[in-house]
Design a binder for this molecule. Structure first.
Ligand code: SAM
Length: 314
C-alpha cells in the first residue's frame, strides 16, 4: 500500500543519517569508533557543508545529552526515539558516563538489522560488547544497561507496554531524544508522543532536532528532495518556524527552548570549530548558513526532583 511505501522510505532515512555520519567521521570531524560496524562503506564524498552540518548536529545534541547526564550524575535513563543506527550508547560507555539504562526504539525492521550488526560486533571479539548485550531474540535486545525495542512511535499503548516490559522506571530522571524523527509523523501524532512523555515521566528532558523554516525556497527544495523519495512528511507543515516547537508548550513542560542550528553552531566550543573548519575548504559560506538556518534543536524539561534541569543549555 501507499502507506507501506511511505514507511519504507522513512526507514531508509536511517541509512542516510548514518552514512553521512560515517563519512564526516572518516574526515575527522569527530570520533566515532562504532559507526563503522553499522555502516560498512565510507561511501561517496559529501559536500563540506553537509559535513559541517552533521558536525553541528552531533556536537549540539551531545552537549545537551552530556549536560543531562552530569546533572543527574548518570542516575537516569535515556530513551532514543527513532534511534536508527545511532551509536550514542557506545560513546557514553567509552566515556564512562552511561545512564542506568539506555533504550532505543525504532521500527522492528530497523531494530532487526541493528541487532544483526551488533552480533557482528561480538565476532570482532570486542569482549566488552558481551557485557552489554545479553539477551537478544532478533527483534529486541535487552541487558542491564542497553535495550533496543522494535515499535511504532505512532502507537503509544504498544510503545508504553514494551518499555514497561523492559523495565523502564518512570520515577527515574529520563532523557528522551528524537533526532530527525518527528517530521515523519503528523503533528497530532508527535504532539501525543510528547504529551505522553510529559504525563508519564515527572523528571524528564526531551531533546528534539529537526527541520524548521521550511516555507522559503531553500526549505521547499529540502521538502522536494525527501518527497522525491516518497517519504511521508506528515509533520513538515508544523515545522514552519521555531514557534512550531509549540508542541512542547502543552501542559506539563516547565521550560522549552529552541535554537536554530546557525545559532547553535556559533556557540559551539570555538577551538574545536576552528579545527574542523580547517579540515575542508568551503567556498560558499552562504550555503552552509542556509542549511543551518533550516534545522533546529529544541529542548524541554520537567523537573519534579528539582535537579536544576532547566539550567541546561548552550
Ligand atoms: N535518529 C537517528 C539519527 O539521527 O542518526 C536516525 C534518524 S533517521 C532520519 C529517522 C529514523 O526514525 C529512522 O530510523 C526511522 O525508521 C525512524 N522512525 C520514523 N518514524 C518512526 C515511527 N513511527 N516509529 C519508529 N521509528 C520511526
Amino acid at each position: 500500500t501507499d502507506s507501506d511505501t511511505a514507511d519504507e522510505a522513512v526507514r531508509a532515512t536511517c541509512d542516510d543519517a548514518s552514512t553521512c555520519k560515517r563519512f564526516a567521521t572518516s574526515k575527522g570531524y569527530w570520533t566515532d569508533l562504532y559507526v563503522q560496524y553499522f555502516v560498512r562503506q565510507i561511501g561517496e564524498r559529501k559536500a563540506p557543508e553537509i559535513n559541517r552540518g552533521y558536525y553541528g548536529r552531533v556536537r549540539g545534541m551531545n552537549l545537551l545529552i552530556d549536560a543531562f547526564l552530569k546533572k543527574t550524575q548518570c542516575d537516569c535513563q535515556v530513551v532514543n526515539l527513532g534511534a536508527g543506527l545511532d551509536t550514542t550508547f557506545w560513546r557514553l560507555k567509552d566515556e564512562n558516563i552511561m545512564p542506568k539504562k539506555f533504550f532505543e526504539v525504532d521500527f522492528p525492521m530497523i531494530v532487526a538489522r541493528k541487532i544483526h550488526h551488533i552480533n557482528d560486533l561480538f565476532h570482532c571479539n570486542l569482549s566488552l560488547v558481551q557485557l552489554y548485550v545479553s539477551l537478544t531474540d532478533g527483534h529486541s535486545l535487552d541487558s542491564d544497561r542497553y535495550c533496543i525495542i522494535g515499535a511504532d512511535l505512532r502507537d503509544l499503548p504498544a510503545l508504553e507496554e514494551k518499555l514497561k516490559k523492559f523495565q523502564i522506571n518512570p520515577e527515574l530522571p529520563t532523557l528522551f531524544l528524537s533526532e530527525c524523527v518527528l517530521v515523519y509523523m503528523t503533528s497530532e501524532q508527535s504532539s501525543k508522543l510528547v504529551n505522553w512523555v510529559a504525563d508519564t515521566f515527572p523528571t524528564t528532558m526531551f531533546i528534539n532536532y529537526e527541520q524548521v523554516n521550511m516555507n522559503d525556497r531553500f526549505g521547499q527544495i529540502m521538502i522536494e528532495n525527501l518527497q522525491r523519495r516518497q517519504c511521508n512528511l506528515a509533520g513538515v507543515d508544523v515545522c514552519q518556524s521555531l514557534d512550531s516547537q509549540e508542541r512542547f508548550l502543552s501542559a506539563g513542560w516547565e521550560s522549552v527552548n529552541a535554537l536554530d542550528m546557525m545559532t547553535v553552531y556559533s556557540v559551539l566550543p570555538r577551538e574545536d570549530v576552528t579545527r574542523i573548519e580547517r579540515l575542508e575548504f568551503l567556498d560558499e559560506r552562504e550555503l552552509l548558513q542556509q542549511l543551518l538556518q533550516h534545522y533546529c534543536i529544541c529542548w524541554a524539561v520537567k523537573d519534579k526532583l528539582s535537579l536544576g534541569l532547566s539550567q541546561i543549555g548552550f
